[in-house]
Design a protein. Structure first.
Length: 99
C-alpha cells in the first residue's frame, strides 16, 4: 500500500515516523524498470508546472480586525490565506455555512 503524505514546514514527525524514515534512508531503490523520460514528456511536465504556478492578483475588502488577525499569523500570512481559499474549493459545505 502506498500512502501519500504532504508535509508543511511546521509539521512535526513523531519519533516512530522519524525512525521509519531514517531506516529507509540507506535503502537502495531499483529504478532499472523505469524508462527515461523523453524530451517531449519533460516539456509537457514543465508546461504543466508553469500553469500550476500561475497566480492572479485580486483585492477584497475586509474588516480591520480580520486583516489584523491574518497579519498576526506572521510572515507569509497571505500564502496561508491563499491556501485556505484553495482548500475551501474542495469543501463546498464551508461556503454554505457563510452564505
Amino acid at each position: 500500500m502506498v500512502k501519500k503524505v504532504i508535509l508543511d514546514k511546521n509539521y512535526k514527525l513523531s519519533k516512530e515516523s522519524f525512525k521509519r524514515l531514517k531506516a529507509l534512508e540507506k535503502r537502495i531503490v531499483d529504478t532499472s524498470d523505469i524508462p527515461e523520460a523523453t524530451t517531449a514528456e519533460i516539456q509537457v511536465l514543465k508546461q504543466q508546472l508553469m500553469e500550476k504556478r500561475k497566480k492572479q492578483q485580486f483585492s477584497l475588502r475586509l474588516s480591520s480586525a480580520t486583516v489584523q488577525w491574518w497579519q498576526s499569523l506572521g510572515s507569509g500570512y497571505t500564502s496561508v490565506m491563499a491556501r485556505v481559499l484553495e482548500e475551501a474549493r474542495n469543501h463546498p459545505e464551508w461556503i454554505k455555512k457563510v452564505l
